[in-house]
Design a protein around this ligand. Structure first.
Ligand code: BYC
Length: 327
């Protein structure tokens, strides 16, 4: 009996080793892992964590800009902003769907967000005080999103990578609309230029921090890079963002609020100051200027939508009953 159970467990180990070897060989050869493929439990967990956090960020990320839809300065700006905010809802849907392929339901993910257990991007816990903030979000936040997300189109998990292709195309349009809002303000009156500068002053550091904690404090960088979920570390992407954004700010005639910012010819990159990481971690713990408001808005929307979910469920039940009685 004992010998038989040792043999069974040795066979199970062999099978697991073979599956792991096949999984790793796929990663090495750049073959996507698909929903039905075997994967280590920790790989699945990491993906559910990252993809659901990403989905929550898109879902909460609608709020700061939606705040300005009714106050956009022209009909054209209003239409463009409406389209952008609707795109963010679409991104959340693609991402929740990608995460669902890993065996976690959308209800479970939403429950984690609404109860405050799940994270969403720190950046959306800052207020949009003026119209210039809408342009700055498009320029900086969507600009940062593109830098972070283009490599995710090559993420080892197929459904996530494919969702990111369309997301990135739409983020490009968002970045351009934001830059256009700011370019218009910056070529306007001194008051309009001051609005743009004030928005950059408030959003610069939160945007720099969006890429996550410094590599030395990142808990997931190493393993996610090994599994080809991430292709670059947080600090590598942050540097790319600064290098790309400095010339754009110069083009707009705006000053980045960082006295340490200067081009380092030896490195071929901009040196820049250290973000306030205490502030970043405080925002993650729920202590940002708008954490309560953002989560409160999502909880209220969920509660207000209870009748829609009940009606949809009743309709689905009726259809199923009708289908059974016809059969
Ligand atoms: N905010 O080991 P690390 C958008 C957490 S949507 C909050 O580096 P990882 C847009 C991290 O989750 C923007 N939390 O983690 C939408 C982890 O906590 P847990 C969102 C953050 O996962 C609408 C801990 O800190 N984009 O762009 O390897 C309109 C340690 O971090 C943040 C995505 O989600 C943060 N900023 O790397 C406009 C992209 N940073 O889970 C724009 C996909 C870190 O251990 N996600 N944390 O409790 C990623 O690329 C990666 O998840 C991150 C973090 C780079 C964000």
């Amino acid at each position: 009996m004992y010998t038989q159970s040792v043999e069974i467990s040795a066979a199970a180990d062999d099978e697991n080793d073979a599956r792991l070897a096949a999984f790793e060989a796929k990663l090495d050869r750049g073959i996507a892992i698909e929903a039905d493929d075997w994967m280590p439990a920790a790989y699945r967990e990491t993906l559910v964590r990252q993809i659901s956090q990403h989905a929550h960020s898109e879902y909460v990320g609608m709020l700061p800009e939606a705040n300005w839809i009714s106050r956009a300065p022209s009909l054209e700006r209003k239409c463009v902003l409406l389209a952008k905010v609707q795109d963010e809802a679409g991104h959340a849907l693609y991402l929740y769907s990608a995460a669902e392929t890993l065996g976690t339901s959308r209800d479970e993910m939403l429950a984690a967000l609404l109860s405050g257990r799940a994270k969403y991007s720190s950046i959306f816990n800052y207020p949009t005080l003026t119209w210039a903030d809408v342009g700055t979000i498009g320029w900086l936040v969507d600009g940062a999103a593109i830098i972070n997300q283009v490599p995710l189109t090559r993420c080892s998990y197929g459904p996530y990578a494919r969702a990111m292709v369309r997301v990135c195309k739409e983020e490009s349009f968002h970045q351009r609309q934001g830059f256009d809002v700011l370019a218009t303000l910056c070529s306007g009156t001194p008051e309009q230029r001051a609005l743009a500068q004030d928005a950059l002053d408030r959003w610069w550091w939160p945007a720099v921090m969006m890429f996550g904690p410094p590599d030395a404090q990142s808990s997931h960088n190493e393993r996610s890079m090994r599994w080809k979920i991430k292709h670059f570390t947080n600090d590598e992407l942050r540097q790319r963002f600064v290098d790309q954004t400095v010339p754009q700010a110069a083009h707009l005639g705006l000053t980045i609020p960082d006295p340490a910012l200067r081009f380092n010819a030896e490195r071929g990159h901009y040196d820049f100051g250290t973000p306030n990481w205490d502030e970043f971690f405080a925002v993650l713990r729920g202590g940002g200027p708008c954490n309560r408001e953002r989560l409160g808005a999502r909880v209220a929307a969920h509660d207000d939508g209870a009748w829609v979910r009940a009606a949809a469920a009743a309709h689905a039940l009726k259809r199923a009953e009708r289908a059974t009685s016809v059969a």
